[in-house]
Structures are given as C-alpha cells and as structure tokens.
Design a protein around this ligand. Structure first.
Ligand code: NAD
Length: 263
C-alpha cells in the first residue's frame, strides 16, 4: 500500500491544537511538508517545531483567522507566490460553532459559521486546485461532524453548516475527480480535545448534571465505550490523503467508534 507523501505539500487548518494538530503530525510522519494554519503565531511556531521531520521536510505556518476569509486567502496567495510550492493536500479544519438550539440562534451566528467554514474552504480550494490539477494529484479533506448523517441535539448552527459543507464537498468531488483530485469528509465522533471539554462543560452548566455522569453517558452511546484520541481521527485523514486512497472520492467517513446510527 502506497502511503508515501514525500515531496508533497499539505496545508492543514486549525492545526495548533486538537484534531488539526494530530493530522499535521500524521501527514508529516508520512513524509509531507506541512503548512499549519491557526490564529496564534506562538502556538504555530511550537507546532512546526514539534512536527516529525526526516531532515528533508520543510514545515511552515500561516497565521490566519477563519472569521476573515479574505485575509486568509491573501496570506495563502502570498505564501504560494513566495515559495512557488504546490499544495497537494488541503485539510479544511477550524474551530466548531458554539452550541445551542437552531431555533434560538441569531441569523448572524449562521452567517459567521458559514463564513468560517464554507467560505474559507472555498477560498482555500480555489487557491490550491490549479496546482493540484497541474500535478495530477490532489486531496481535499474536510473535518466536519457525524451531524451530516444524524443531527446532534444542541448543536443547531453546527448541524446546519456541516450539511452545507458536506454538499459542497460532494459537488466538488464530481467536478474535480477527472483531474486526479479527491474530495472527502471525515466525521469525527467524540474526540479528546479542548472542543469536547468545552461541550461537556457547557452541557453540565445547562443541565445541572455533573461532568462525570455526562461523560459516562456519552461513552455508553458509543459502541467502542470510549472517546477517540485525536491521532485516531488523524490516521483516517492521512490514509485518505495518501496515494493508496486514489479511488475513494466523495464520501463521508465517520470515525466515531460506531456511534452514528445510520448505515
Ligand atoms: P479544538 O478546539 O481542539 O481545535 C480547533 C483548532 O482550530 C485550534 O487549532 C484552533 O486554534 C483553531 N481555530 C479555532 N478557531 C479558529 C479561527 N477562527 N481561525 C483559525 N483557526 C481557528 O477542536 P477539535 O476538537 O480539534 O475540532 C476540530 C473540528 O472537528 C471542529 O470543527 C469540531 O467542531 C469538529 N469536531 C470535533 C469533535 C470532537 O469531539 N472533538 C467531534 C465532531 C466534530
């Protein structure tokens, strides 16, 4: 099985922490040159320094905030101009929208989430797809949520926006498949990151239940009876990014310990 990413460049969003950081690590382990994106330069410098490196890999970072898609696009355009590099692998990932019921959400919350997720994905894809086409190799992988198969109560804005991203991705997979570019979505289940801690904390405040019993209940809902490690989600991403996954296109892959109830 060809998992070799030597000589390939990967751009990974939300990579200072959590799932994004774990994805950056797995791609670096397969040999890719990794460009990490997030808002805080100090964290990014540390993330780059911590990435595995066989001595030939050129890891770097881009400081950008997904709530300002034009700035994100301009930063990437400048990086592409300066380096002359081609991005072969794009990992669309950023912080998830705040919780709450859809009916209570302000229109501005939907606009913000649409901006941070769909518009940024679109700008990044538009910037890197010409290079992917020229290379005859491209991977666009979006980290979204199992809510595209089964909406999660209490994540109204997130459920809505994830559906839009999933349909955007499926559409792109049809358009870009002939160029050797695949577009797939990873749907993480409960994964041990700061995002999960804050979801559990908010649930405890809202329901008055203690965090330990909330965690126990969440694990009971999961056939694996435990939360995922970020590296387990990242391993699935890395496989989809590899040459071995060339014939997998347009899918939604849950990495959720079997929790999603649909087929
Ligand atoms: P996390 O909060 O641990 O990490 C999010 C990363 O995104 C960090 O690097 C953060 O700095 C960056 N980020 C946040 N807002 C940003 C912005 N405006 N601009 C640029 N970077 C920004 O989250 P995570 O658990 O790693 O989740 C990653 C994605 O997966 C999220 O969209 C989340 O909703 C989704 N997800 C997570 C879980 C889970 O259980 N952890 C489950 C399903 C889906």
């Amino acid at each position: 099985m060809n998992l070799d990413l030597n000589g390939k460049y990967a751009l990974v969003g939300g990579a200072s922490k959590g799932i994004g950081r774990a994805v950056a690590t797995e791609l670096a382990l397969l040999g890719a040159n990794v460009v990490v994106i997030a808002r805080t330069e100090e964290l990014l410098k540390k993330a780059v320094a911590d990435l595995p490196n066989n001595g030939n890999q050129k890891h770097s970072y881009l400081v950008a905030d997904n709530s300002d898609p034009e700035a994100l696009r301009n930063n990437l355009a400048a990086w592409l101009r300066e380096t002359g590099a081609t991005i072969h692998i794009l990992i669309n990932n950023t912080g998830g929208p705040a919780g709450g019921q859809a009916i209570d959400a302000k229109p501005s919350e939907f606009v913000q989430a649409f901006t941070n997720h769909l518009l940024c994905n679109q700008y990044l894809a538009q910037a890197v797809v010409p290079g992917m086409k020229e290379a005859g190799f491209g991977r666009i992988i979006n980290i979204i949520s199992t809510s595209v198969k089964q909406p999660i109560p209490g994540l109204g804005v997130s459920n809505t926006i994830r559906g839009a991203v999933a349909n955007w991705a499926k559409t792109l997979s049809l358009e870009l498949g002939p160029d050797g570019i695949t577009v797939n979505n990873i749907l993480p289940g409960f994964t041990e990151t700061e995002r999960l801690e804050s979801i559990i904390g908010n649930k405890a405040i809202k329901t008055g239940a203690d965090e330990a019993s909330i965690i126990e209940q969440m694990k009971l809902e999961t056939p694996a009876r435990r939360f995922a490690r970020a590296s387990e989600v990242a391993a699935a991403v890395a496989f989809l990014a590899s040459p071995a996954a060339a014939y997998i296109n347009g899918i939604n892959l849950p990495v959720d310990g079997g929790r999603t109830a649909s087929l």
